[in-house]
Design a binder for this molecule. Structure first.
Ligand SMILES: Cc1cc2nc3c(=O)[nH]c(=O)nc-3n(C[C@H](O)[C@H](O)[C@H](O)COP(=O)(O)OP(=O)(O)OC[C@H]3O[C@@H](n4cnc5c(N)ncnc54)[C@H](O)[C@@H]3O)c2cc1C
Length: 498
């Protein structure tokens, strides 16, 4: 019997993982990727000897006992890569110099919080106790693994439910200390509406050392998975943008590339942007109310939408890798006022900069329409990017005296950059929450793992799931191939890279 063929659109982590598991299970797979390298958002590039990393901060599942580590081993993701676990998740600094360090060791965190605000003893104990309890479970892995694995979470189910309903902002109101009230909501980048459960789960994993940075960063991780895919016999065509999914009698049968060439397969999987897949490549012919509502409900600003990198001739020795710096005077950006800057200092990975030098990144929420309008005039767009990079550098100079003069390289990404580079709808680099009426269904089944009325077609990745995490999107690829094997009455098999 000849092997069934699968065409995969997109060589981000979801597409690569789907390809790897497909190859392990006897499918003949081919990935079409519009870019010149793998990884999608999980990528980096060089500027004047510095490596500017776009995405990950903490990769979870790095210790061999964790459930997610199994997937990383199957994908060869960490092969040959050292990982670095941070002492702090983030440090939040007020204008008067007061600092809240979110230590990843829960004992250290508890001591620090008690010293910061003894009157909040009860609230602090509650927070740390829940994180400690969650530390005994692989919560993210279990959540993504269906009923069978969810059952393992029974002992903590009530806590999971409780803290999933309280936002970080509301939880912070329970502290009596004004600085903690102000600082606590920023521990998770202040993404609006994030439940306090999320930092609790992050800290529960980090406390046991199950999170960290792969030395080499996002692209090193993506390249490892690409290598695994190729070693398994998979094929990737770069510079190959899919413009159309070919459909016959409501069956997806192939893809058409920008150059007009057509390619056929038994199964088509899109691991690309959701909107461009559903409303572009498929002309919006296979949608339902939930999909329509999701893509109409985009928030005004995009989390991580604007990123600026500086290559700096400075070591930043002893500085935390992640800082929230409250500002005495707000920073005006896109006509809005920001009272803080979120800063990452890549002083822990010497492979990203020449000796004695460091990459620093600042991330802000951003509005697509603002940059889209500006981008019609290349000069104005470039000037606006440079201006805001200069303003931020001025602010960093007050915290790191001499910073401005030590800058050797700068780069800026706006939502328009992301739109060009990933064909991402309105420049969203990560998905946003589903509208309330569909939230429950979307959290259970994603937005568009399949499309109504279309056979032979699947979607994987952060847009299909409306959830962003490297672990989640690679597991989606694994789950899809498992499902395809079941349909063919085949045993699902996996192998590890080593
Ligand atoms: C700033 C940021 C920080 C993050 N931090 C973390 C973190 O700390 N830890 C963590 O676990 N996760 C993190 N994430 C999330 C994680 O990186 C993503 O969820 C995940 O990498 C998304 O992978 P994907 O394959 O679903 O999508 P993408 O990476 O978007 O891949 C889609 C691919 O499809 C390609 N494509 C699109 N259209 C076409 C077309 N028409 N034809 C051919 N190819 C096409 C694109 O070029 C791209 O390569 C972060 C994400 C961002 C943006």
């Amino acid at each position: 019997m000849t092997a069934k063929s699968i065409i995969i659109i997109g060589a981000g982590l979801a597409g690569l993982a789907t390809g790897c598991y497909g190859q392990m299970n006897g499918f003949k797979t081919k990935i079409f990727e519009m870019q010149t390298k793998p990884g999608g958002v999980c990528v980096s590039w060089k500027r004047h000897g510095y490596t500017f990393d776009y995405a990950i901060h903490n990769l979870f599942g790095i210790i061999s006992s964790s459930a997610d580590n199994k997937v990383w081993r199957e994908l060869g993701a960490l092969h040959g890569l050292k990982t670095y676990s941070f002492r702090e998740f983030v440090q939040i600094e007020d204008t008067d110099g007061k600092a809240f360090t979110v230590y990843t060791n829960l004992d250290e965190l508890e001591r620090h919080l008690m010293a910061l605000s003894p009157s909040d003893k009860e609230k602090i104990s509650e927070f740390v106790k829940v994180c400690r309890r969650f530390s005994g479970y692989d919560i993210f892995a279990a959540m993504g693994g269906g009923f069978g694995t969810m059952i393992r979470l029974l002992p903590v189910l009530r806590s999971l439910m409780k803290y999933s309903k309280i936002t970080v902002e509301d939880y912070a109101k329970g502290f009596s200390d004004p600085f903690l009230q102000k600082a606590f909501p920023t521990i998770e980048y202040d993404v609006p509406g994030v439940p306090v459960l999320i930092p609790m789960i992050f800290l529960s994993a980090l406390n046991k050392g199950d999170g960290g940075w792969p030395i080499g960063g996002s692209l090193a991780l993506s390249k490892n998975i690409e290598r695994r895919y190729l070693e398994l016999g998979g094929e990737i065509a770069y510079r190959s943008k899919v413009v159309k999914i070919l459909v016959e009698n409501d069956n997806a049968v192939g893809v058409q590339l920008e150059d007009g060439s057509q390619h056929l397969a038994d199964i088509i999987v899109s691991a690309a942007d959701g909107h461009s897949t559903i409303f572009g490549m498929l002309d919006g012919k296979y949608v339902n109310d939930s999909i329509r509502a999701y893509y109409k409900s985009y928030p005004k600003t995009i989390s991580f939408g604007f990123e600026v990198w500086y290559g700096v001739n400075r070591e930043f020795r002893g500085e935390p890798h992640s800082l929230v710096l409250f500002q005495t005077e707000p920073v005006t950006f896109e006509g809005r006022e920001y009272n803080r800057l979120d800063v990452e200092i890549f002083n822990f990975d010497s492979s990203l900069a020449p000796p004695g030098k460091t990459v620093v990144k600042v991330v802000l929420d951003s509005n697509y329409d603002y940059w889209h309008k500006l981008s019609k005039d290349t000069k104005a767009y470039t000037e606006a990017k440079r201006r805001i990079a200069d303003i931020i550098a001025e602010r960093l100079d007050t915290r790191f005296s001499g910073f401005k003069d030590q800058i050797e390289a700068v780069d800026v990404a706006t939502p328009v950059s992301v739109e060009h580079w990933l064909a991402a709808y309105r420049g969203y680099c990560v998905p946003y929450p589903a509208p309330k009426e569909f939230a429950k269904a979307v959290s259970k089944n994603g937005v568009s793992k399949t499309l109504p009325g279309l056979q032979g077609f699947h979607m994987v990745g952060q847009w299909a799931g409306a959830f962003y995490s490297t672990n989640q999107v690679t597991s989606m690829g694994r789950d899809l191939v498992k499902q395809l094997c079941k349909k063919d009455n085949k045993k699902f098999v996996t192998t590890t890279a080593d």
